[in-house]
Design a protein around this ligand. Structure first.
Ligand code: UP6
Length: 292
């Protein structure tokens, strides 16, 4: 699948939001997902609006926004959902659910965040077993939303070994209508037989999206366990589909705040950095599929 274009792969995904993401990536010529870990609604929306034309997805951590208000932050005429629609990108809330099915269902659809009503994708750990997917699917499926499972993490010393990744892949394959792919550091498997060479199972090749955090052009770590790689390493060498970039793009943005609002200079900085990552990620993808 790594050698196929996003547009070619899209129709084989049963999940409509996965198809939408692939089609946005293809038409906007970007595999950049911007991760915006900021604590104010205004800054989140200002960054999202500046980055909009360069990204296919925006990743949030709603629970770090100090003034989170459903209408202002995500709903409403000027909330994130409206910014996403205007610019054409999907929203994924990086909630990293990790509980039993019933609890994650409530965390996903209730509380002050009402995540299922605005996030196109959510992330979840596979450690609780398949019940976590069933719990999320209860609310995600009727809305056509997707779940991304963490097969591995970018942080140093993470516990996701090959067996864990394999079981996560199998869990995804059992629920392909709702699980669209993985947070992972490399394209691990395309079929169950990939990690069991003796198996005769050739026909179960299944396409999933691989989204990879820990990408930076300037840093190699952050002093808190994060490990950074380049877009080329992620997309070309490791066969992942989307680069997730956070501080590489918005670091230093607070210097460009004017009464909490991002100045034109700040927006320009975001646009310039987004374009730099977009081009590196896109060129790496085009080389991978043999177009460059
Ligand atoms: N993230 C990782 N590594 C993972 C999973 N998720 O860094 O394995 C998330 C973090 C953060 C973003 O929660 O939101 O990706 C990375 O941000 P950064 O580019 O500023 O390091």
């Amino acid at each position: 699948f790594a050698r196929l274009s996003y547009a070619t792969r899209a129709p084989s995904f049963p999940n409509p939001t996965a198809r939408r993401l692939l089609s946005l990536a293809s038409s906007k010529r970007t595999n950049l997902c911007l991760s915006v870990d900021v604590t104010s609604t205004q800054l989140l929306l200002d960054i999202a609006d500046a980055a909009g034309p360069y990204i296919c997805a925006l990743k949030t951590h709603a629970d770090i926004v100090e003034d989170f208000d459903f209408e202002t932050t995500v709903g409403g005429e000027k909330g994130l959902k409206a910014v996403a629609e205007k610019n054409g990108f999907v929203i994924f809330e990086d909630r990293k659910f990790a509980d039993i099915g019933n609890t994650v269902h409530l965390q996903y659809s209730s509380g002050i965040h009402h995540i299922s009503s605005w996030a196109d994708f959510v992330t979840a750990h596979s450690v609780p077993g398949p019940g976590i997917v069933s719990g999320l699917a209860k609310a995600a499926k009727p809305l056509g939303r997707g779940v991304i499972l963490l097969a591995e993490m970018s942080s140093k010393g993470n516990l996701c070994d090959e067996m864990y990744r394999k079981k996560t892949w199998e869990m995804a394959r059992e629920n392909r209508d709702v699980v669209v792919g993985f947070i992972g550091m490399q394209r691990y498997f395309e079929s169950a037989s990939d990690s069991a060479p003796d198996s005769a199972a050739e026909s179960d090749a299944t396409d999933f999206l691989y989204l990879t955090p820990g990408v930076s052009l300037t840093a190699s770590s952050d002093g808190l366990g994060q490990q950074y790689r380049t877009p080329e390493d992620v997309v070309e060498t490791s066969g992942c589909d989307f680069i997730i970039v956070g501080r590489g793009i918005y670091a230093g943005v607070e210097e460009h705040l004017d009464g909490g609002v991002l100045s034109e200079k700040g927006k320009e900085m975001i646009r310039r950095r987004c374009e730099e990552y977009r081009k590196r990620g896109w060129d790496a993808y085009e080389r991978r599929i043999g177009k460059l």
